[in-house]
Design a protein around this ligand. Structure first.
Ligand code: SF4
Length: 668
């Protein structure tokens, strides 16, 4: 059996942005169109488009016909808005100007979107420093009023229609760039993007394949609204004489000319002014209606999204760390020594992972348990190189499948890890790209890393889905992730891992989002894969029972450290650390008296920004002594595979920190 390539979500994704496939979305559009605003948007926009097409064909000649006998005439039955200084009909000229006005506005919007896309996606593609520089530049540009920028660019690009289009387009680009940055950051934080990175997919391909399809909808919606704003900006420039030059004319130019004869014929300015107003209203209403239909936030509602994850390379540490006793084994797939993960904070640096050391052998299943915030998931993400680019990862050694992650890596390392390391994430929905069929996402791994053709890769995807016990795999590969149940998505993600030849699977809370019966199916599947291919498994969970059932060995983490490392079979009988014993005691059994409150671990986990001196567990520990509060115990072995970090390991516990009897946490 081929390996598990946790890369799972890499190509799979069902696309929420493809409205045509979702009948509920079609009905949402119909519902929006039936509202007064939606109906007004559709009617106005259609009228605008029809006018833009037919008006120049029907009235262009009449609108240019000079009548020196009827100069600057007021409104009449023949000329509803009067005539200009050459006797030309204002209404006809306003109608004919629709095509040029709309065309210029759309051209400027296209420039704004393209430049905004380039600037907005640059941080994803460029390195950390260059990306930050682009973000800073965009932030500065956004701070300038749009009209001021447009005037500046109009001077730069010169007077005339072309210069005005460029000016309005470039002036609108910063706000689109900010929008794109926000949208990209939001999508890049999804697990399927992380999965793609684990698979070794390049940033450009991730952008094209996974990010752009998922931001297209809000971008189009906001571009529609932006077109309305561009129309107004354009009219403003033309009105100032910086836009379209005679003999051509758009609404702004007509407005400019009409204001000149304002005291003689006010209607000469009113007609083009009303056209600008109605067209702007139509485009804005269209954008707002589209936003309602697709559930996209309009620009004012958007907020800054979370930062994306990027591979944060580990920095080697100078000092030695006591290795895992089995670190000398010849078949290691993972060797982690003195791993620290820190993040910048207001007061300096917080370190949620503080000196983690462990090793995993081929075919071994190692569980990592601990409360939320104990550092277990950060440890896994550091191993998979999926931490935020702000993360400061340091380690004396961080060897994954023979690759030294503390050293600079190239394409060959990415390829090796992409086919040999599999990652299974907690949320099977966010692990798949919603815009791509499941089969295509699985097949991408084989095509990218194994050079398979489309047909061959798809056949393998069918085979792998069948291998993870998904019925009717031939049909399922053509479906989108939203057509799968939660359990099926998680199995499909594991199946994606099987597209390559994984030697190590990291499963980060893979069953937390699933119901109990499905949980067991997924765990059984992981076990079967592990045994079939001798694959190493690192299973992260807050559930001691799950880890005890599945794994050979258990690492218990507390406050960013491994506090106990023991065989899973000894979890309930040989645990020596008070925290491990409390975790085990907190699990209800068939003998638990349900009339009494369930056992809980008193106190709260340690805040990584405020780790106390001495043993971090002391404030919650019934055995805490003065020594515990002064000295942090090292993780020390006893000559066996059992390591524990406690000054009073194994001592009897009979009271909780409040002095109440706590027989449940006694070592049995
Ligand atoms: S070192 Fe002391 S405070 Fe820490 S777990 Fe052991 S007994 Fe408790």
């Amino acid at each position: 059996m081929a390996g598990v390539d946790g890369i799972a979500g890499v190509d799979a994704v069902s696309d929420p942005s493809r409205a045509g496939r979702d009948p509920r979305r079609a009905s949402r559009w119909a519902g929006v169109v039936r509202t007064p605003l939606g109906l007004a948007a559709v009617v106005l926009t259609l009228a605008l488009l029809v006018l833009a097409v037919v008006a120049p064909m029907l009235w262009s000649a009449d609108a240019s016909a000079v009548d020196t006998d009827d100069i600057l005439a007021g409104p009449s039955a023949e000329h509803w808005a009067g005539t200009d200084n050459l006797g030309r009909d204002i209404v006809l000229r306003t109608l004919v100007a629709t095509r040029l006005s709309i065309g210029l506005a759309l051209g400027a919007t296209a420039i704004a979107v393209v430049v905004g896309l380039v600037l907005g996606t640059a941080p994803l593609l460029l390195g950390r420093r260059a990306g930050r520089a682009v973000v800073a530049g965009v932030n500065v540009a956004v701070a300038f009023p749009g009209l001021l920028l447009a005037l500046f660019f109009a001077v730069v690009f010169g007077v005339g229609a072309t210069g005005a289009v460029l000016a309005v387009g470039f002036a609108g680009a910063p706000s689109f760039a900010r929008l794109v940055q926000t949208l990209v950051a939001g999508v890049a934080a999804h697990d399927y993007v992380s999965a793609a990175r684990v698979a070794g997919v390049g940033e450009l391909r991730i952008l094209v394949r996974h990010v752009l399809p998922n931001i297209a909808e809000p971008l189009i919606v906001n571009a529609t609204i932006g077109a309305g704003s561009a129309l107004l900006s354009f009219a403003g420039l033309s009105f100032l004489g910086l836009g379209v030059q005679a003999p051509a004319y758009d609404w702004g130019r007509l407005l400019f000319e009409g204001v000149g004869s304002l005291y003689v014929n006010p209607a000469a300015a009113f007609a083009p002014g009303a056209a600008v107003l109605l067209a702007g209203l139509a485009l804005n209403l269209l954008g707002e209606s589209a936003a309602k239909a697709v559930g996209v936030a309009s620009p004012g509602e958007l907020s800054v999204a979370p930062r994306r994850r990027r591979a944060a390379r580990a920095t080697p540490l100078p000092g030695p760390a006591e290795p895992d006793p089995q670190a000398d084994a010849p078949d290691l797939v993972l060797d982690v020594r003195d791993l620290h993960v820190g993040f910048p904070a207001r007061d300096g640096r917080v370190e949620p992972v503080r000196g983690v050391t462990f090793a995993v052998r081929r075919g071994e299943a190692v569980g990592i348990v601990g409360e939320s915030g104990s550092g277990k998931s950060l440890t896994a993400l550091a191993v998979a190189q999926l931490l935020d680019d702000l993360a400061d990862v340091r380690a004396e050694r961080l060897d994954v499948l023979g690759e030294d992650l503390t050293a600079p890596g190239g394409e060959s390392r990415r390829h090796h890890l992409g086919t040999s390391l599999a990652m299974v994430f907690q949320d099977p929905m966010s692990s798949f790209n919603p815009t791509t069929r499941v089969g295509a996402q699985l097949a991408e791994v084989a095509r990218h890393h194994q050079g398979m053709g489309r047909r061959e890769a798809m056949d393998r995807a069918v085979d792998r889905l069948a291998a993870v016990r998904i019925d009717d795999a031939e049909r399922r590969v053509r479906q989108y992730p939203h057509e799968f149940s939660g359990g099926m998505r998680q199995r499909a993600m594991i199946g994606m891992g099987l597209m390559g030849s994984p030697e190590l699977v990291i499963a980060d809370e893979p069953t937390t989002a699933l119901d109990v019966t499905v949980q067991q199916q997924v765990l059984d599947l992981l076990q079967a894969i592990r045994r079939a291919d001798d694959v190493a498994l690192v299973l992260i969970s807050h559930d001691v029972t799950v880890v005890g059932d599945v794994c050979d060995r258990v690492l218990v983490m507390y406050a960013g450290r491994v506090v106990e490392d023991l065989p899973a079979t000894g979890l309930t009988t040989s645990a020596r650390h008070p925290y491990t014993r409390a975790l085990v005691a907190a699990v209800p059994t068939m003998d638990t008296d349900l009339d009494r409150p369930l056992t809980v671990i008193p106190g709260r986990p340690v805040d990584p920004a405020d780790v106390p001196v001495g043993c971090a567990y002391a404030a919650r520990c019934p055995l805490a002594s003065d020594r515990c509060r002064a000295e942090d115990p090292p993780l020390a072995g006893d000559g066996t595979a059992h390591r524990v970090a406690c000054w009073h390991a194994g001592d009897p516990i009979d009271v909780d920190p409040g002095g109440r009897p706590l027989a449940q946490v006694e070592a049995t």
